[in-house]
Structures are given as structure tokens and as C-alpha cells.
Design a protein around this ligand. Sequence first.
Ligand SMILES: NC(=O)C1=CN([C@@H]2O[C@H](COP(=O)(O)OP(=O)(O)OC[C@H]3O[C@@H](n4cnc5c(N)ncnc54)[C@H](OP(=O)(O)O)[C@@H]3O)[C@@H](O)[C@H]2O)C=CC1
Ligand SMILES: CCCCCCCCCCCCCCCC(=O)[C@@H](N)CO
Length: 330
Amino acid sequence: MADAFFSLFTLILLIPLALIAFLYFIVRPRPVKIPIKNRHVFITGGSSGIGLALAHKAAAEGARVSILARSRNKLEEARNAVRLATGIDVSVFAADVRDYDAVKRAVDEAGPIDVLLLNHGVFVALELEKQELSEVKFTLDVNLMGSFNLIKAALPAMRTRKDPKQPVSIALISSQAGQVGIYGYAAYSASKFGLRGLAEALQQEVIADNIHVSLIFPPDTDTPGFAEENKRKPELTKIIASSSGAMKPEEVAQKAFDGIKSGSFIIPCNLEGVALSLATAGLSPQRSFLMASVEVLAAGILRIVGLCFQWTWYTSIEKWHNQRKGSQRS
Ligand SMILES: NC(=O)C1=CN([C@@H]2O[C@H](COP(=O)(O)OP(=O)(O)OC[C@H]3O[C@@H](n4cnc5c(N)ncnc54)[C@H](OP(=O)(O)O)[C@@H]3O)[C@@H](O)[C@H]2O)C=CC1
Ligand SMILES: CCCCCCCCCCCCCCCC(=O)[C@@H](N)CO
């Protein structure tokens, strides 16, 4: 009897240990550390919100910083704000990410990039039936095609950089709406899910050149863009998105740089984001054997948690429709 208990106990202990050991040997790509200090960090959408917070953080950490956005005024304001806070001058580039030639000129002028931070993005929360196709196309053009434009423009010089031993990074700001489709975000979610396909494929193509790809998944974040979005956001989008807490742009920037520096492929920003990333681990690369172990051990339970979230979301949707029908009758 005691023997049986003993062997059961060792089995329960041995199986996870064997799993962890196994994952330690197989996780690819291998862990990497990417320094920021004295390196060139190029941030798109760096004149506002999360991008501006990233610029502040990068400057404070001793990087050389370039920011790109459309409005020259906002860029100048951002430059002044960063100078005031850190004493460091960022270079500014006025270009629309949809215009490849303009992007290419900016990137060439800025010089070889060590950390390419693709943060630019547009978002309008609206039911697809109420949204014009031109707005759908605009969302995909800016968020997805804009990212392709930047990567195509910057990658050649990143590949042929002076010191190939120094790892470099391409980091993309997605959204938690790029991990799960959310009511009102048909176009936006499509654009952000698209970034994940791009990132997974690209990582395989550039790993041999010591280039490392990261995807950051923020929840609702208190930015000028978010304030604008809230003016006409569907009630249900607000309800469903509130399943995850809201963050300050500075907190998102901190999480983003922590993740980029440790070479993480998937970078969640809050606790709900960690759960969401575990639940949607899929076939993304995972460099950390510990995180890989958690992903494997938590998979079943997190599928249940995910289904519970879907249950509450569909219940809210049903209630909302019933209320509307009720108010229409009276
Ligand atoms: N705020 C939030 O709740 C969340 C945001 N995100 C993502 O984070 C990123 C930043 O969002 P946030 O800080 O809120 O946005 P903001 O609207 O506050 O800032 C957007 C930035 O992108 C620039 N930009 C927009 N369109 C273009 C374009 N066509 N070409 C070049 N630059 C452009 C803007 O400058 P200009 O207009 O002058 O071009 C601005 O610098 C986005 O990718 C967004 O999807 C993800 C999750 C949550
Ligand atoms: C299995 C565990 C699940 C854990 C909880 C899941 C919570 C999901 C909430 C999704 C929120 C989406 C916010 C989008 C923010 C955004 O991008 C816009 N503000 C536009 O910028």
C-alpha cells in the first residue's frame, strides 16, 4: 500500500519534471537578450499615446530614438515633450505608413535600425454593417500594409548591419483584439490577427540573421486615440472589452520593452493578457522553457476559462438584444 502511494507520488512529480526537462532542450528559437542602450530605436506612431510613451522610455534608457507619424505638428510636440523630460533629442519623420516611397526615404535617412517598433494604428469600433468598406480598407491599409511597408523598407539594412553578433528586434504592437475577435472590431481584429501571421512567418525567415520578432498585446489603454474611439463605441464593445482591465500608456511601454529586451515572441501586458496568451499559444514560438511548461500544463483549464468568457459575452449580447426588443415594443 505504502509502495503504491510512493510510486503514484513519484509519477505525479516525475511527469511534470520530465516535461520541463524535455521542453528545456527543444524550445526554439533559443532565449536571447536584446540591449536597448546606445541603440537606434525607430518608433512608428511615436507622436501620441503608446508610441509617445515608448519614445520616452527608449530615450530614458539611453537609446537613440526616431519617431514617424503623419502630422508634423504632433511630431514636433512629441520631440519637445521628450526633450523636456529626458534632455534627449529624438529625430522626427513625417510620413504616412501607407506610402512606401515616403517610408523608405524616412528609414534611409534615419540610418540602420536596431529596434523597429511598429506601433502606428487606427481603430474605429463599429458593427461591420454600419461601417463603410472604405473604412475597413483604411484600417487594413494602415495597420497591416503599413507594417509590411516599414519592414520591407527597414529589413535590408538591419540584415547587413555592421555587427551581426548584436541581436536586433522587430516588434509589433497588436492588441488583445488581435488574440480574440471582439464585437465591433471585425476590421480591426482582422488587421491585428494579420500581424500575427506576418510575425510568425517573418521570425522563421530572419532568425538566421539574429533578428528577433516580438508581438505586444495591450488591453484598452488610456490614449488620445482611445478617447476618440470611445466617442462612438458600441455598448457591447465596451462591455466585452472591459473583461480585461485598462492600462496607462507608460505601463504598456514598460511591458513592451521588458518583453523586447528578453526577446519574447508573445508579450502580454496585464494578468488577463497572460491568461489570453496562454489560451491562444497556438503554434507560436516560445523561447522560455518555463513559459512553455505553463502553456502545456494550463492548456486544458484555460480552454474552459475561455469558454466561460465566451459564455458571459454571448449572454451580454443576448441580453442587449432582448432589452432593445423590449424598448421597441413599449
Ligand atoms: N489605446 C488602446 O486602447 C489600444 C491601442 N492599441 C494599439 O496601439 C497602437 C497605438 O495606439 P494609441 O497610442 O492608442 O493611438 P493614438 O491614436 O493615440 O496614436 C496613433 C499614432 O499613430 C500615428 N498614425 C496613425 N495613422 C498613421 C499613418 N497612416 N501613418 C503614420 N502614422 C500614423 C499617429 O500619428 P498621426 O495621426 O499624426 O499620423 C499617432 O502617432 C495602435 O496600433 C493601436 O491599435 C492596442 C491595444 C489597445
Ligand atoms: C482565457 C482567458 C481569457 C482572458 C480574458 C480575455 C479578455 C479579452 C478582452 C479583450 C479586450 C480587447 C481590447 C482591445 C483594445 C483595443 O485595441 C482598442 N482599444 C483599440 O485600440
